[in-house]
Design a protein around this ligand. Structure first.
Ligand SMILES: NC(=O)c1ccc[n+]([C@@H]2O[C@H](COP(=O)([O-])OP(=O)(O)OC[C@H]3O[C@@H](n4cnc5c(N)ncnc54)[C@H](O)[C@@H]3O)[C@@H](O)[C@H]2O)c1
Ligand SMILES: O=C(O)C(=O)C[C@@H](O)[C@H](O)[C@H](O)COP(=O)(O)O
Ligand SMILES: [Zn+2]
Length: 361
């Protein structure tokens, strides 16, 4: 079956439709006179044109804003530009924002929607693997600041997430593989069948054109993991932190490398880092530690960060600003066993540095 719908439950439930022709569902969010701001990445012109056509066919008044590609979209100047456009066009509380593109754009579009008039609806059309399995789902929105990743943002669930699996077919392989890091993260923290599927056919797992059924199966499984978690804990009071597995060190790498690393690549190294840390803390056994390296490298994700050698102080400072930190205490999501996430609170500095050395040499 090559189309799936995952319902995200909770106070503000919404569907994630993974199906051919998903763009046509935008008609459900259009009505005569409704203003719609379509925020999109460069290179998604054909899809944007289809989205505009569907929205206008039901009477909406659509304006488009192309934003810079990738992480350059998640900057305050870009956000201010979008606020200006919404003001000029007279957007009111029953109007709509639509985000079209990868996770960077849906994070930005979601935050524009969360902040405009203190909240208007947003519908996401994720076009990257990482976008559909993670960024567009769950309502975390935001931008970066000079000090770190996603430091300004809001929880603002979308009204719907629409993704045609064929959109992923044009993704550069490196970006698709980066998205697999978040899929594998879901495997480690909640659904080991994801790991089994990828380990059985690693090459096919990186090729959504060659094996579309496997692609949809992996997407649906990862979305289900995320949906279950965010339905229970939208605002990350506790459980939701599990979705941050690998992100404490991963976000630090992104910052230190000035966002030249793909998010998923940084998270892959971050998962190896925290597995090394948890191994040294007596939580993760050798086999589970090795499984991290094996499955991540099987799909071509990085498991080492040689350029980080000698940069411990910068990384340590960046990790101190992680949202899971409390006061001066670092808190990590770690595994007590496969699919049994726990927290590692205030690990000794020598263990942190040893884990850093393990991933940088
Ligand atoms: N809000 C959340 O819960 C959440 C979760 C995970 C990641 N994120 C954020 O998402 C971002 C990463 O998302 P990403 O990996 O999608 O990166 P991205 O948005 O930077 O996209 C990666 C590249 O793929 C291109 N691209 C996107 N769709 C394409 C397509 N169909 N065909 C060809 N090229 C395409 C983009 O133009 C870009 O160059 C990061 O900013 C990360 O912090 C947010
Ligand atoms: O949805 C979540 O919760 C996550 O942590 C998912 C992560 O993959 C994602 O990168 C998220 O944007 C990280 O959030 P942050 O709160 O650490 O900035
Ligand atoms: Zn992430």
């Amino acid at each position: 079956m090559n189309s799936r719908t995952v319902q995200v439950r909770g106070d503000r439930p919404y569907p994630v439709h993974i199906e051919a022709g998903a763009v046509s569902r935008l008609v459900e969010h259009s009505r005569p006179g409704r203003r719609v701001l379509v925020v999109h990445q460069p290179g998604r012109d054909e899809l944007v044109a289809q989205a505009v056509k569907v929205l206008e066919s039901a009477g909406a008044q659509v304006v488009r804003e192309q934003v810079p590609d990738a992480e350059a979209a998640k900057r305050a100047e870009v956000l201010v530009g979008l606020w200006g456009r919404l003001g000029q066009e007279g957007f009111t509380r029953d109007d709509l924002v639509v985000g079209v593109g990868g996770g960077a754009v849906t994070d930005l579009a979601g935050f524009v929607a969360a902040s405009w008039l203190r909240g208007v609806q947003v519908v996401h059309l994720p076009t990257s693997l990482l976008g559909v399995v993670d960024a567009a789902v769950g309502g975390k929105t935001g931008i970066n600041t000079a000090e770190g990743k996603n430091l300004v943002g809001a929880f603002h669930p979308p009204a719907a997430v629409l993704c045609d699996p064929a959109w992923l077919h044009t993704m550069p392989r490196a970006d698709y593989v980066s998205g697999l890091a978040e899929v594998l993260k879901c495997g480690f923290v909640a659904d080991p069948q994801i790991l089994d599927l990828v380990e059985a056919r690693p090459e096919e797992a990186t090729d959504p054109v060659g094996d579309p059924e496997l692609a949809v199966e992996l997407v649906a499984r990862a979305v289900q993991v995320k949906a279950d978690v965010v339905a229970a804990d939208l605002t990350e009071s506790s459980l939701r932190e599990v979705l941050n597995y690998g992100h404490t060190y991963g976000h630090a790498v992104e910052l230190v490398e000035d966002y030249t690393w793909r998010h998923g690549d940084a998270v892959a190294v971050g998962m190896v880092f925290v597995a090394e840390l948890a191994h040294r803390a007596g939580l993760v056994d050798q086999a589970l530690l090795e499984r991290h390296r094996r499955v991540l490298s099987a799909v071509g994700l990085p498991t080492t960060y040689p350029a980080g050698a000698g940069r411990w102080e910068e990384l340590r400072a960046a990790m101190a600003r992680d949202k899971k930190s409390r006061g001066t205490t670092l808190r990590f999501v770690a595994l007590a066993a496969l699919a049994r996430p726990t927290r590692l609170v205030g690990p000794p500095e020598e263990l942190l540095q040893a884990a850093h050395v393990a991933v940088t040499t």
